[in-house]
Design a protein around this ligand. Structure first.
Ligand code: HEC
Ligand code: HEC
Ligand code: HEC
Length: 392
């Protein structure tokens, strides 16, 4: 893409940014907290009509139509059917749902919030006559009974219990993060059976960072960010230092930018209170090479600056940047090879980072990333050509 089309693309994106009416009902706000749109809307003309593919080791499953259409959607669901789907992962017809639907988190939501959400889906959402797509999983793997076993092993359907030793703000944050916000779906590492290794902050694996689709959703426990920085990141997709890309940019665009300031502050208060383990120094630190220094000057310096300081909230700084320094380089490699786009929010239009997969071979790309991980005070772990190859 030329510069011009890039600029036009950002502009179009800005114009198509979801307009949020000043007054949303309680149920609609909960749908925003839960980001139902992220997975249940494939065609913006038919919101919540389902059809998005989710790969599983045995084939794709598709999200379903959750509009109140009586034939294709959930129009025939009673409140108790709906609560059962959200809390127990069971559809009205009785089959178990794949945990691609994050009921492991939604289970924690209070009955009153599920009821408001149900009323919103039934009364405010337009019914769409869009048929559900069956999963592309061949028999006998398509039999859903092993899901019952999976749930028996890993699913806890109990609602959130406040911790009386903590403040109301902390409890509201814990409720939002563990429940509707389902942050752990992406940020908590998974085990052998794809189960999240923890569902609340008492366990050190919770929100400890996990790889997904070539991105690394980092460790967000503890006070890596100041309260203001992390609130800004969730509201605008930017902090003074950095930008958020990929799946998180979508979370921000559709969901967290619309959270109330009180809720954002609660979320950050909770996340910052979680204990951290001391960071171990990487065994092999990234090193600067002369050829990479030249490449940086030629291809990156004009935008990110020869000092890696970025520019005015448009171009992120690379010095001290969490994505640049993350032990797991997945997001970094992804951005260099495929480019990226920041969140489109009321505060900022989305900006693009060009892709460089055509420009650098695996070794050159690794050298370049090692250069930015070892300059301007950065001290990141070494990236190898293998890391790059894995994401071509
Ligand atoms: C991360 C992706 C994801 C998110 C976010 C998500 N869902 Fe789902 N949902 C799915 C998938 C995939 C299925 C289908 C699972 C299956 O068929 O086993 C599903 C199924 C359902 C079902 C069962 C419907 C039926 O046809 O029987 C309901 C109800 C539902 N979702 C409601 C919601 C609501 C309400 C929200 C927002 C609070 C939401 N979902 C958010 C992925 C998601
Ligand atoms: C759909 C998956 C997904 C969900 C859900 C999600 N995140 Fe993220 N998040 C990511 C990814 C991927 C990144 C890394 C983005 C990057 O490298 O620019 C990220 C980055 C972040 C960052 C910046 C730190 C970093 O590691 O780069 C913060 C803070 C954050 N997420 C907080 C949250 C909170 C709080 C929630 C719940 C309200 C949440 N996320 C839900 C995928 C997700
Ligand atoms: C045309 C200007 C431009 C050039 C040239 C450019 N970048 Fe970027 N870069 C951006 C913008 C804008 C962003 C933020 C938006 C985005 O990531 O899509 C960004 C984001 C990034 C990020 C992610 C930062 C974060 O906070 O998550 C990294 C890493 C990065 N660039 C590295 C590089 C490297 C390495 C080069 C040289 C090969 C380069 N950039 C060249 C404009 C540029």
């Amino acid at each position: 893409m030329s510069r011009l089309t890039l600029a036009t693309a950002s502009l179009l994106l800005a114009l198509s940014a979801p307009a949020m009416s000043a007054q949303v009902s309680k149920g609609e706000y909960i749908a925003i907290l839960g980001d139902c749109v992220a997975c249940h809307t494939t065609n913006s003309e038919q919101p919540l009509a389902g059809g998005m593919a989710f790969p599983t080791p045995v084939g794709d499953v598709y999200s379903t139509n959750i509009t109140p259409d009586k034939t294709h959607g959930i129009g025939a669901y009673t409140l108790s059917d709906f609560t059962k789907a959200m809390r127990d992962g069971v559809a009205k017809e009785g089959h178990d749902l794949y945990p691609a639907m994050p009921y492991t988190s939604y289970a924690k939501m209070h009955d009153a919030d599920l009821e408001a959400l149900y009323r919103y889906l039934m009364d405010e959402v337009e019914p769409q006559a869009v048929a559900n797509r069956p999963a592309d999983i061949v028999w006998p793997l398509s039999m859903r009974w092993p899901l019952g076993m999976w749930k028996w092993l890993y699913h806890d359907n109990s609602q959130f219990e406040p911790d009386s030793t903590q403040s109301d703000e902390w409890n509201r944050g814990a409720y939002l993060v563990q429940g509707a916000g389902h942050c752990g779906t992406c940020h908590t590492p998974r085990g052998f059976s794809m189960q999240e290794l923890a569902l609340d902050g008492k366990n050190g694996n919770y929100l400890k960072g996990a790889e997904l689709d070539g991105w690394y959703a980092g460790d967000i426990r503890g006070d890596l960010y100041s309260q203001e920085e992390m609130v800004a990141l969730l509201k605008t997709g930017r902090s003074d230092k950095e930008a958020v890309l990929g799946p998180m940019a979508e979370v921000i665009t559709h969901s967290s930018q619309h959270f109330s300031d009180d809720d954002l502050n609660s979320i950050v208060t909770y996340v910052r209170s979680l204990s951290t383990t001391p960071v171990t120094k990487p065994t092999q630190l990234a090193q600067v090479s002369e050829s990479a220094k030249t490449d940086y000057k030629m291809y990156c310096g004009t935008c990110h600056g020869s000092d890696g300081a970025g520019r005015d909230h448009i171009i992120p700084a690379l010095a001290g940047n969490t994505t640049v320094l993350a032990d797991n380089p997945a997001s970094l490699v992804n951005i260099l090879l495929h480019g990226g786009q920041t969140a489109t929010t009321k505060a900022h239009i989305g900006y693009n980072m060009p892709a460089y997969d055509w420009k650098f071979n695996d070794q050159q790309a690794a050298d370049l990333l090692n250069y930015i991980r070892a300059s301007w005070g950065n001290q990141g772990a070494a990236v190898s050509a293998k890391n790059i190859k894995a994401q071509r």
